[in-house]
Design a protein around this ligand. Structure first.
Ligand SMILES: Cc1cc2nc3c(=O)[nH]c(=O)nc-3n(C[C@H](O)[C@H](O)[C@H](O)COP(=O)(O)O)c2cc1C
Length: 390
């Protein structure tokens, strides 16, 4: 199965290491960054969602109208919309993009952040609501007959949409989270299950948990797995490690600077502590506390410095080292590799130019070898059968 690469769509140029020099929504930067992904071998870009951030849905429509190939993964929080309305927005976006939309349903891992837009449910309740929401969206995408809904969080009568997605039967559903409630909801409904990059053994553990939850939900297929990293690459190992240490210094300097956006990013939890409420971030901090380096190239100080804020573990080394590290995840059963640098634009170009081709080439080789092995086994079985029949 060919591997896919997910990059980042951003509407401004800020990151953990750099204060923003653009407006929050800078139309030219948004397009330049996405075009850099399209031109450098990426398959898809993620529009993340944050309270206060520009609305990613119209930004996605803008990119879809300007670019021909790049696919879009649109993060969406159920609390900000009604599911029938959201289903129409997504179907319209799938029309605008001619079938290039996947929706990433965000449950929200931090109460304070959710409350900024009026969401006062607990995290487990939010997962419950996300599950109901996704089911309604799927039905609205596919039902040509009016339907009623009587659920825990939503109730409506006689809805039928007049706009349907290009993708049939529907666009892909993506989902992330590392708590038991996340596995249960996501594994039941998602086509793509997203994880933040952890050491290989911990990632294998999460993949198994997702697969077990999918089987418990009665699924016969399994969600595809996506894993996200922050690559730090340079022409030599030594230069890459220097860059890695400089990156952590820059994260710490920005945190200490009192920059308003940085303060909002590194927000305290509801109890006033800086311990994250979401399991995914707790796992990242626990892994970072247990060690700085894992496997071939995984480096945790970037996760420690950001409080495990989302995709934050680095892969450090030359393009060859980082490509090999990514292939280790492919061998573990990962289908989609997500990557984002600290300089969004330049790093997207470098990763696309120097890492993606290496990984794709090796994946093609591995896939061909596996296909040849399968064919040889089938041939052997056929001979055995003939021998038995003779
Ligand atoms: C790949 C990925 C992308 C995510 N993107 C966002 C996002 O854009 N906005 C957001 O609020 N949460 C985002 N999340 C957070 C999750 O949707 C989820 O709310 C959180 O991880 C729940 O935590 P837990 O189940 O690990 O406790 C993302 C998670 C993953 C794995």
């Amino acid at each position: 199965m060919p591997v896919e690469f997910l990059g980042i769509a951003a509407t401004g140029d800020g990151s953990e290491t750099n204060s923003r020099t653009t407006a929050a929504f800078d139309r030219d930067y948004t397009l330049r960054l996405a075009r850099a992904h399209e031109e450098h071998g990426w398959d898809r870009v993620l529009f993340a969602y944050g309270a206060g951030s520009p609305d990613p849905a119209p930004a996605a429509a803008y990119l879809a109208a300007k670019l021909d190939r790049l696919q879009i993964l649109l993060a969406h929080r159920p609390n900000v919309s009604y599911p029938t309305f959201a289903a129409k927005t997504f179907a319209t976006l799938d029309q605008i993009s001619d079938g290039r939309l996947t929706v990433h349903f965000i449950t929200g891992g931090n109460d304070h952040e959710q409350q900024r837009e009026g969401d006062f449910l607990t995290k487990d309740q939010r997962y419950d609501r996300t599950l109901e929401y996704i089911r309604i969206v799927k039905r609205a995408w596919t039902s040509t007959e009016p339907f009623d809904h009587e659920g825990e969080y939503y109730r409506f009568r006689d809805f039928v949409s007049d706009v349907f997605p290009v993708q049939q039967p529907r666009p892909g559903v993506s989902f992330g989270g590392s708590s038991p409630a996340a596995y249960a909801a996501g594994a039941a409904e998602a086509d793509i299950y997203c994880l933040w990059g952890e050491p290989l053994a911990r990632t294998a553990e999460q993949i198994e948990a997702v697969r077990a939850a999918a089987r418990t939900a009665g699924r016969t297929d399994l969600p595809r797995i996506q894993v996200a990293f922050r690559p730090i690459i340079a022409p030599t190992e030594e230069l890459a490690w220097e860059k890695a240490y400089r990156t952590v210094d820059a994260i710490n300097a920005r945190k200490a600077s009192g920059d308003q956006l940085a303060r909002r990013r590194y927000r305290p939890s509801a109890d006033g502590s800086f311990r994250p409420e979401n399991t995914g971030s707790q796992r990242l901090l626990e892994i970072a506390a247990a060690g700085e380096r894992y496997d071939r190239a995984l480096w945790t100080p970037t996760a420690a410095a950001t409080g495990g804020a989302g995709n934050s573990n680095a892969l450090v080394g030359t393009p060859e080292t980082v490509a090999q590290a990514l292939l280790d995840y492919y061998d573990l059963g990962v289908d989609i590799l997500s990557a984002r640098g600290y300089d969004l634009l330049d790093d997207a170009i470098d990763f696309g130019r120097y890492v993606i081709p290496l990984v794709r080439e090796e994946v093609a080789k591995r896939d061909a070898e596996r296909a040849a092995e399968r064919a040889a086994r089938a041939e052997q079985d056929r001979h055995q059968l003939i021998a038995l029949q003779a």
